[in-house]
Design a protein around this ligand. Structure first.
Ligand SMILES: C[S@@+](CC[C@H](N)C(=O)[O-])C[C@H]1O[C@@H](n2cnc3c(N)ncnc32)[C@H](O)[C@@H]1O
Length: 269
């Protein structure tokens, strides 16, 4: 089990799709289709299948026939994915813990993708992934890595307290060792560059409008819970008050939120 519910992944999926850079994805898919390797594109931490679903649609539009391996360690999310992709013979679904079985997950792969995964991982795991990508010369498309930028349309006096405690929580161990959080996409870009890859990094944004009250409410709850769990001393009361003010603004339709992400494409010369 992970802490990512299918309901949360469904709520965020339209914002993920709107944020994604299909230009980078199309370059990735073209590389894979033209490559010599014929194995599946492996989606690490694939959840309920949002990333494969989107990439599969883009590949079909481009006329690429690709196969996919959907990897996650959460049985509940995999059950939802099995329903989603029921009858799709281009795809296999595998329950693997990628902290323990990265080599098995990547066995025979032609390329690797992930979405909303990198901010959970450690520097050691980034290096392990970079080594594996370099040795197989596997293209990578890593989407939707949170990069530390969060801008509410109305500023609050405790925004900095919230952000500091939230980012402290992000750096805690999410199963991969101490997490890199907002630095992860930049660290993977550097690690792949050192190994000879050609890398491109792009900004992408969740743009959560004042009318998207369910998403704003979920963001308020998850940000304040994560920040609270890492809060020190007086930060706790500041975070509780911050969350109450944000809830009031969200209910009144007064506030919107932009969240920054990074998208990374890596290919091999
Ligand atoms: C934020 S969710 C993103 C899910 C999906 N990629 C998407 O974009 O909707 C992070 C995913 O990483 C998976 N995950 C976390 N730790 C993992 C591990 N050690 N092995 C495999 N999957 C893991 C979670 O189960 C979850 O599905």
């Amino acid at each position: 089990m992970s802490s990512f519910s299918a309901a949360w992944l469904a709520l965020r999926e339209p914002f993920d799709i709107a944020a994604r850079d299909d230009g980078l994805a199309n370059s990735f898919l073209a590389q894979v289709a033209q490559g010599a390797q014929t194995g599946p594109v492996v989606d690490l931490g694939a959840g309920t299948g949002s990333n494969i679903s989107r990439l599969g649609n883009l590949a079909a539009k481009l006329g690429h026939q690709l196969s996919w391996r959907h990897v996650d360690n959460d049985g509940d999310l995999l059950a939802v994915a099995r329903q989603r992709f029921n009858g799709d013979s281009s795809l296999s679904i595998e329950q693997l813990d990628i902290t323990l079985a990265l080599d098995a997950a990547l066995q025979g792969a032609s390329a690797v993708t992930c979405a909303a995964l990198l901010d959970l991982v450690s520097a050691a795991w980034i290096n392990q992934l970079a080594d594996r990508l370099a040795s197989g010369r596997l293209p990578l498309l890593a989407l939707l890595s949170y990069d530390g930028r969060m801008q509410w349309s109305l500023a609050d006096a405790s925004d900095a307290v919230l952000a500091q405690a939230f980012h402290r929580d992000m750096l805690s161990d999410k199963g991969f060792g101490p997490a890199l959080g907002p630095d992860a996409a930049f660290a993977l870009k550097a690690a792949l560059g050192e190994r000879g890859a050609i890398t491109q990094l792009r900004d992408s944004y969740w743009r959560i409008a004042a009318s998207d009250s369910a998403m704003l409410t979920a963001m308020n709850a998850s940000l304040s819970a994560a920040a609270f769990s890492a809060a020190i001393g007086p930060e706790r009361s500041a975070i509780a008050a911050w969350s109450a003010r944000r809830a009031h603004q969200i209910a009144a339709g007064e506030v919107s939120l932009v969240v920054g992400h990074q998208e990374l494409l890596a290919t091999w010369p």
